[in-house]
Structures are given as C-alpha cells and as structure tokens.
Write a protein that binds this ligand. Sequence first.
Ligand code: DC
Length: 233
Amino acid sequence: MPLPNTIAIDGPAGSGKSSVSFAIAQQIGYLFVDTGAFYRAVTLLALEQHLDLHHSGQLITLVERTRLDMTPELADDDRQFTFLADERDITCDLHSAEVDHSVSIIAADQEVRAALLNPQRLLAARGRVIMAGRDIGTVILPDADLKIYIDATLDKRAERRYEQRLRNGEPADLDEIRESLRRRDEVDSSRTNAPLLRAPDAIYLDTTSLNLEESIAAAYQIIQNGKPSLNQP
Ligand code: DC
C-alpha cells in the first residue's frame, strides 16, 4: 500500500508530535514542516522590532515584508529544519523563553493566521510531507490523506520539556514549565481562530506511557496501515 502523500499531525505542546514527525519524515524521505515555527518566527521578529504584539496591522506588515522560508537542511545542533527570515537563519532563536512566552498571542491573531495560511499550504503542495501543528487536520489541510492527533497528559508533557531543557544545559524548573504549558494549552484551545482541536477523522495516539522510540513506532504503524493504535479512547 502506498504511504499517504500528505500527513497532518496535530496535538498540544510537548505531546511529542515534532520529534515523532521529524523522525518518521527522515525515515521515509518526507519533508517535515513544523508549522509552529511560522508563529514563532513572527513572534521573534516582532519582539526584535519592538512591535506591539496586539496590533494586527503591524504584524501583517511584518509578514508581508519578510520572506519566511523553511528548508529541510540540518546542522550540528539538533535542529529538525532550517528557518530563514530574509535569508537570515533564525532557527536557533525560535525556542527562546521570550518567544515561548509570547507566541500564543501571535498564534491567536486571525489576520496573522490568514497571512500564514498560503505559505503553509504551498509547502504541503510539494507532496510527501508530514506537517505538524494545531490546526493542520482541521484548517490548513482538511483533505490530508492521513490525520493523526498526538496527545499526552500535562504532567508527562511538562516532564519531557523539563528533561529536554536539562539535556540542552538550559535552566529548568518543572513547576514553571508545567504552568507555562497549561497556560499555552488554555490559550491555544480556547481561542476563537483555529483552536487546537482534534479533527473528527484524525486517529488518536496517546503517548503518555510511551517513550520516544515507542511513539515513533506507533505513529509509523498508523502511517503504514492507517489503523488506529491500541490506545484509541
Ligand atoms: O508547536 P509549537 O510549540 O512550536 O507552537 C508554537 C505556538 O504556535 C503555540 O502557541 C501554538 C501555535 N501554533 C498554532 O497556533 N498553529 C499551528 N499550526 C502551530 C502552532
């Protein structure tokens, strides 16, 4: 059976969707598109330029004036893609605490979302793509060949982020990370525009009790067989 040409993977922060999507994309030679990077890039640039994060007009001008591009190029620093803003490599700055803190505001802006719709769809139109985000199966690619919704409990997701920070030699406080994730979940799920939602035709994968290798194997099995995992609720 041929693999699905477009694969949409949605889920909350820390569910493992990026790591799983990246690993599988590498395995099957697909392009991995982490759509959160687009919202992060706009946040980073807006902060750098001291824009008002609540001013849609300023943000739209920024998006219109900046060439945002994502490439599958990797480097020596654990990256899963390279993100360019007017040719400048901003990949490493996309996960700073400042960007983490403000990105939900940008992602909730309807005009920003509208402006970023086309760049995301253009990437998907290349085919052989695994696109990960919050609204891929519901808004960006409602006709994706396969949709998976990856989930995990808040405690587990916080624990993963905490360990990731420690591995990277960054300061980490588990309670603070849990609270920041909880806050982002709340904003991402309750916003009016393209909230985090499980598409009715998405296959549910709960990775709470799975390590990364097991999560990858479970998602890969779904991609190969189109079959729901055992932990379908
Ligand atoms: O997956 P992430 O943590 O990099 O996402 C960053 C932010 O962007 C987060 O607040 C959710 C939001 N986002 C979104 O609204 N829609 C997407 N398709 C991807 C991310």
